[in-house]
Design a protein around this ligand. Structure first.
Ligand code: CA
Length: 232
């Protein structure tokens, strides 16, 4: 069961998708234009998005780019017109995980969606780091900006993931500010700037996201940060 957002301006198709996916046991929310969809994405957590590209107010392509800046690991399946190869290529380049061309049959949509959701729950080819967190367990993908706390996907920006990965890889040891800033050089800024102040902001955010676990991030004055596990 997943939390899905269906973005489609064709009322009939949207209703059909909602009915089909609810019948398959998923929770669904839907939006008929790009702006409404963006609002929903800002206010709730989803496991996957089905996104029509031709949308009023904010195009599917613009919404996809917006998603990729903020919700890097959120799986997105795009719906494109049959003969628009250009749309498909552009969509995949903009970070779609899969696509279907219209018209499609529901069974294929269902199969592709389930495959996409399954992939998104697996660590990438590079494997993952795993750490016990009391009764829970934290897994951090080694290659893609994804992590799971007790098999629940965490919502992380590239920088949060990068910081978390460093902390987990060095659990029980101090990670210096310089190490983090170096790791961030390849991660896109997500509106917080760089430097020590930004680092504080990210540490604060990660602490909040780890609040349900028994992991804690300790500030070691003048040195950096340390991930404490219940055992260490
Ligand atoms: Ca459309």
């Amino acid at each position: 069961m997943a939390n899905l957002l269906i973005v489609e301006d064709d009322d009939l198709l949207r209703d059909a998708l909602v009915a089909q996916l609810q019948q398959a046991g998923h929770h669904t929310a839907s939006a008929a234009d790009g702006l409404a969809a963006r609002g929903q994405l800002e206010n709730a957590r989803f496991d996957g998005v089905i996104l029509d590209l031709g949308l009023p107010l904010l195009s599917g392509m613009d919404l996809l780019r917006w998603i990729r800046q903020r919700l890097l690991a959120l799986p997105v399946l795009i719906l494109t017109a049959r003969d628009s190869i250009e749309d498909r290529v552009q969509g995949l380049n903009a970070g779609a995980d899969d696509y279907l061309t219209k018209p499609f049959i529901m069974a294929e949509l269902q199969a592709r969606l389930e495959a996409m959701l399954r992939r998104s729950r697996l660590p990438a080819f590079g494997g993952s780091l795993e750490i016990p967190a009391g009764a829970s367990r934290l897994r951090v993908d080694a290659l893609l900006p994804r992590a799971w706390l007790d098999d629940e996907a965490m919502e992380l920006t590239q920088r949060e993931w990068s910081l978390l990965q460093l902390l987990v890889a060095n659990a029980g040891q101090v990670v210096s500010r310089e190490d983090v800033l170096t790791a961030w050089q390849s991660a896109p800024a997500d509106g917080q700037g760089t430097g020590s102040n930004a680092l504080e902001v990210y540490v604060h955010r990660l602490r909040r996201k780890l609040a349900d676990s028994r992991l804690s991030i300790r500030n070691v004055r003048g040195l950096g940060y340390l991930l404490e596990t219940p055992a260490s």
